[in-house]
Write a protein that binds this ligand. Structure first.
Ligand SMILES: Cc1cc2nc3c(=O)[nH]c(=O)nc-3n(C[C@H](O)[C@H](O)[C@H](O)COP(=O)(O)O)c2cc1C
Length: 317
């Protein structure tokens, strides 16, 4: 072996491990995009190496295609953004036909995020995804109103949350991640309800409902009046909720909210999240997740650690 190759081999052998396991999925590292901020993955392929991601999470899918809400549907706020895109997507059938072939040969596990406006819709989308080999796991977005029950959001009521998770659990054998809404009084009540109903993991959090006004026109800045707040502004709320959920359940938790660098990601890992999702930051820098992965490794080296597992749940109080 040449000395250059010997050096390279030693360095590889000494590199710390970022690998984590979530609900039976083996991830190369704990970093993945947050649903709705990364399209179906193909849109970002020119900017980063999809193979280097821990997982790839798709845009939210519904039973039928959705055009989304009227514009304007995005407004920038201090350290964040409000969006009311309205879950625009191609629909689950078109997704299976035209997008899943792109995932063939990719070693990064693909997680399909989906939602419904009735229990039946959730069940039907789950059944259609059940036998698609390119989909490694699903992420259930329960931040949607149940149109058959006066528009109460599934994820804000423990019984409704439990019902939808039970139904989806029965409909498919893939790992089931349930994504919680922060727009509740006590997120641990919902977390326990979805764990009991059969969730394999929880992702935490979706956007916080907010509103912004144009003072000249005196109109809401987005046509839908209210929207979901995301970005750095929500990170302390998201870290607090992730901490609470980690304490409340035994299943793994994926932390989400305002992550734009490795130190942000580390806050979630230290309170016990097994992985993280990066959302709004992708709009600022489409390559941000590559930097976060590299900097997480750098952090482990600086701290003299050889495995990211030594950071997860290492909170000192
Ligand atoms: C434009 C936009 C679209 C989103 N679409 C979805 C979606 O389809 N399904 C979902 O579960 N969450 C969706 N989210 C929420 C994000 O996945 C994430 O939970 C939230 O933005 C907080 O993370 P961040 O602060 O890193 O953006 C969306 C967020 C944004 C900004």
């Amino acid at each position: 072996m040449t000395s250059a190759r010997a050096k390279e081999t030693t360095m590889t052998a000494n590199r710390p491990s970022l690998a984590v396991e979530i609900a039976g999925l083996q991830l190369k590292n704990p970093v993945m995009p947050a649903s709705g901020t990364f399209g179906y993955g193909e849109e970002y392929a020119p900017y980063l190496d999809l193979e280097r991601l821990g997982a790839l999470v798709t845009k939210g899918l519904s039973l039928h295609p959705k055009a989304g809400n009227p514009t304007p549907r995005i407004a920038e706020t201090t350290s964040g953004m409000l969006n009311a895109i309205g879950l625009q997507n191609v629909g689950v059938d078109d997704f299976i036909r035209s997008k899943t072939p792109l995932y063939r040969g990719l070693t990064t596990p693909v997680i399909a995020n989906f939602f419904g406006n009735t229990l039946e819709e959730y069940g039907e989308v789950a059944r259609r995804l059940a036998d698609i080999p390119e989909i490694a796991a699903v992420e259930l977005n329960i931040s949607c109103p149940n149109v058959k029950q006066g528009g109460i959001v599934f994820g804000t009521e423990p019984q409704a949350a439990s019902q939808v998770v039970t139904l989806v659990r029965k409909a498919l054998g893939k790992p089931l991640i349930v994504k919680l809404t922060p727009n509740v009084t006590d997120i641990t009540v919902i977390a326990r309800a979805v764990e009991e109903a059969g969730a394999d993991a929880i992702s935490c959090i979706n956007t916080l409902t907010g509103m912004a006004i144009d003072v000249q026109t005196r109109r809401p800045k987005i046509a839908n009046r209210t929207g979901g707040l995301s970005g750095p502004a929500i990170r302390p709320v998201a870290v607090r909720m992730t901490h609470q959920v980690v304490q409340a359940v035994k299943i793994p938790v994926i932390g989400i909210g305002g992550i734009s660098c490795a130190r942000d990601a580390l806050e979630f890992l230290i309170v016990g999240a097994r992985a993280v999702q990066v959302g709004t930051a992708n709009f600022v820098d489409p390559g941000v997740m590559m930097r976060i992965i590299a900097d997480l490794e750098e952090f482990l080296i600086e701290e003299g650690l050889d495995d990211i597992g030594q950071v997860i749940g290492s909170l000192q109080v």
